[in-house]
Design a protein around this ligand. Structure first.
Ligand SMILES: CC(C)(COP(=O)(O)OP(=O)(O)OC[C@H]1O[C@@H](n2cnc3c(N)ncnc32)[C@H](O)[C@@H]1OP(=O)(O)O)[C@@H](O)C(=O)NCCC(=O)NCCS
Length: 367
């Protein structure tokens, strides 16, 4: 088996490899329909802007495993700015699994990242799946129990769909029907306007995102180029229902809040559904919790109007604004996404070894 950095990326080949790797294992958990455009979007939005890593495992010249590294900067309250790499899009074809291929890919990612001066390598795992077992075995430390996940069912009428897709029994379904709800219309924003974001809003969104550096224990350090890639490449997501989500709340000509993300087609053993992933959100510091929640409620209404069959919203950014999202009042279908990390630089060893009792953090996310 040859494990090496790939010089060029064939989006079609990568999409097929991830699809065939994921589908057999992601029955109840669900995974995005890895298709060519979706892969192109993820790579151009997250990997290319910082010259991230793409490692392939080849058997007799054929690609049988793949893993990417999304490079990004964190501001850490105790340390200042560090550079990190997120292991993402990791898959090994079923016929080649359990032979150390993923372990080899991760090792190569570590080596190449270390050579580039990266301080920390991490992966946001899924407790219901096998990846965390591999990272634990490769001596990664579990630092946070649930990095971001707040998956929500988009109203009572979506409970049957969700229960079918996720294989919930009668009991869970009845419980959900009793407690489920979609936020009331009166809780939408009462002033200003919510509208689709444009390229002209990017600078304002960056300012909101970077302002968390003053108040959070871990936040991402954003450059305009990094965020612009996530928005401007949205045009690639043309295979319905995949589409960019980007809304801003404008008050007197000023952007007070925004969300960005995408609609994804999620495949389960029992069928497919449309989920809205909110992967980025920023709020002005002078908004109170109620205002923030109102904006989120308005966003949910926008999402539902655009794709009425969206069964769930998945928040990849909750921990900067967890309370505000929580209070939006639709029911919570929480699953657990632990953070596994490994130090690549002596300067962060001690920090990695001490317990993290953080409350306000946001770990950059890529699948
Ligand atoms: C997760 C995945 C990448 C692992 O690839 P792999 O090449 O089989 O992994 P390795 O052989 O290097 O396994 C390393 C360790 O991980 C754990 N592990 C991997 N697959 C496992 C499985 N199916 N069940 C239980 N443990 C597993 C084991 O501890 C294993 O060590 P061992 O074989 O000595 O017991 C592969 O199963 C896959 O492509 N899964 C679908 C996609 C996916 O879930 N990707 C992860 C991103 S969420």
């Amino acid at each position: 088996m040859e494990i090496k950095m790939l010089e060029s990326i064939d989006y079609d080949v990568v999409a097929r490899l991830l699809y065939e790797s994921y589908i057999p294992q992601w029955n109840n958990t669900g995974c995005p329909e890895w298709n060519t455009e979706y892969i192109e979007y993820l790579i151009k939005s997250y990997i290319k802007p910082r010259n991230g890593l793409c490692i392939g495992a080849l058997k007799d010249g054929t690609l049988v495993g793949i893993g990417f590294g999304y490079i990004n900067d964190w501001m850490v309250s105790e340390l200042g700015k560090i550079t990190t790499i997120c292991v993402c899009n990791l898959g090994v074809l079923p016929a080649h699994q359990r032979r150390g291929v993923a372990t080899g890919i991760i090792k190569k990612l570590e080596e190449d990242a270390q050579n580039r001066g990266v301080h920390l390598i991490y992966r946001i795992c899924n407790e219901e799946l096998n990846d965390h077992k591999g990272f634990a075995q490769a001596r990664y430390a579990k630092k946070l129990n649930n990095v971001y996940q707040m998956a929500r069912i988009m109203g009572k009428e979506m409970i049957d769909t969700t229960a079918k897709l996720k294989g919930y029994g009668r009991g869970v379904k009845m419980l959900l029907k009793a407690i489920a709800g979609f936020p009331k219309e009166k809780n939408k924003i009462q002033y200003g306007t919510i509208r689709e974001g444009t390229e002209a809003d990017i600078a304002a969104c960056i300012e909101l995102l970077n302002s968390y550096q003053n108040i959070a224990e871990i936040s991402q350090v954003w450059s305009e180029n990094e965020f612009a890639n996530i928005i401007n490449n949205g045009i690639i997501l043309q295979k319905k229902p995949f589409a960019l989500i980007y809304y801003v709340w404008e008050v007197d000509g000023i952007v007070k809040a925004f969300v960005a993300g995408r609609f994804e087609k999620i495949i389960y053993e029992r069928g497919t559904g449309i989920s809205a992933i909110i992967s980025h959100a920023g709020f002005a510091g002078d908004l109170d919790r109620k205002d923030k929640t109102s904006f989120i409620v308005s966003v949910l209404y926008e999402i539902k109007a655009r794709e009425p069959n969206t069964f769930a919203t998945n928040l990849a950014v909750a921990h900067h604004e967890e309370k505000a999202f929580d209070k939006a009042g639709f029911n919570n279908d929480r699953s657990t996404r632990p953070l596994y990390v490994k130090s690549l630089n002596d300067s962060v060893n001690e920090w990695v070894q001490t317990p993290w009792k953080y409350k306000r953090y946001c770990i950059p996310y890529q699948r």
